[in-house]
Structure formats: C-alpha cells, structure tokens
Write a protein that binds this ligand. Structure first.
Ligand code: GRF
Length: 207
C-alpha cells in the first residue's frame, strides 16, 4: 500500500547482524528513493539489526516467539504489526525462521527474501559452505519473492554472480557475495516500489 503521493512503506524481518537491513536503511535515507523502512521486527532480542534500526530512527520491535502458542500465532502477530503500520512490502533480511502459509498468503506478492546463492542451487542454511563443498566455480546472491514452498523457492527477482577463488574460505566467499547482496536488495525494492515487477508464472518480468 502506498499512501497517495508517499513512498512505499517497507517492513523488515531480521534475526542477526543486519547488514542487508543497513543497505535498505541507507537507501531509504536518500530522498529520491521510492521506499522507506518504517518498522524492523526481530525474533531475537539482542539482534544487532535492532540497534541499526534505532540508530536510523526507525521503529524496532522484538517479538518473542516464546510468547506465542505456535508458529502460526507468532507469524500472525507479525502480520498484525505490519498491517497496522500500513506496510506495503515486507523484506526478510537474515530472518532465521520459516514463515507459515498464513503469513505468506497475507503478503502474497509483497514479501521478499535475500539468499546468498544462485538459487535454485544451495537453498537453506550455509549456502556459501554448500557452494564450496560442491566445488562450484561461480556463486552469488538472489532476491526472490516469498512463496509457500519449503525454503528459498519463490520467483526470482534479481541475481548477481561472483567467482569462487581456489583459496576461498566460507568467510571470504561470504564477504564477496555480501557486496552483491547490499547492491541487489535496495535495487529489488526500488523496482517493486516503482511498480516495475510483474510475476508471470514463475518468472518475474522487470519492466
Ligand atoms: C545474508 O547472507 C542473507 O543473504 C542471508 O542471511 C545473511 C544475513 O546477513 N539470508 P545480514 O544479517 O543481512 O548481515
């Protein structure tokens, strides 16, 4: 939802460090950027990402999964918090929980995730380690819509590749991929905010 004349209101789900959140906050701080992060929600109280949000003057909420009977009840609390703030797009940025179908349906076509691999290769945890162990020569990052599939399955919006070097460690490869993540996520949000993304079947057309 974009209030008339306003920028797209974005909510971000985080669990940890928050470097992708930071990229979105930095983009939001530019006046010509068509979206703004209005709320950040973490399932972990000590997530550094919450401090990044506060430092940027953005509302930062910790919602404790333990306060809810089950996964769906927690996820519906997230839906409520985003809905009351008229969020038009939700971005997962290092959010370490799988979202239930009720959540995905509430934000169908309006939820994005970033993943440190060239999907559909290496979904799930430790994608960079998976790429190294597989012996991949090229790795990368993907921004995709969130769908009801198991993990990291939704239509792909943007991808960028990086080389895998023979002496790479998980840390060195992750750092190279992260540079691309920080470029891709704000760009994907921009395209969405400008109404330039059309989903046709599995394909996302950028207009
Ligand atoms: C990133 O690599 C992201 O692709 C993955 O989790 C990591 C989160 O890093 N989903 P940060 O919290 O954004 O720094």
């Amino acid at each position: 939802m974009t209030p008339a004349g306003g920028r797209l209101r974005v909510g971000v789900l985080v669990s940890g460090r928050g470097s992708n959140l930071q990229a979105l906050l930095d983009a939001s701080s530019r006046r010509d950027y068509p979206a703004e992060v209005v709320v950040v929600i973490s399932d972990r109280e000590r997530a550094a990402a919450l401090d990044r949000a506060r430092a940027a003057g953005v509302e930062a909420l910790f919602i404790n999964p333990k306060d809810y009977a089950d996964r769906e009840a927690f996820d519906l609390a997230l839906v409520r918090e985003f809905t009351v703030r008229q969020v038009g797009l939700v971005c997962n940025a290092g959010f370490m929980r799988i979202l239930s179908p009720a959540y995905v349906r509430a934000f169908a076509g309006r939820a994005m995730n970033i993943h440190p691999s060239l999907l559909p290769a290496f979904p799930g945890l430790h994608a960079q380690r998976q790429a190294l162990e597989y012996g991949a020569k090229v790795a990368g990052a993907t921004v995709h819509f969130v769908d009801e599939g198991p993990v990291d399955t939704g239509p792909i919006i943007l991808q960028a590749s990086v080389p895998v070097h023979p002496d790479d460690t998980e840390d060195s490869l992750s750092a190279r991929i992260l540079v691309q993540e920080h470029r891709l996520y704000p760009e994907a949000v921009r395209l969405f905010a400008e109404g330039r993304l059309a989903v046709v079947g599995r394909r996302v057309i950028v207009r």
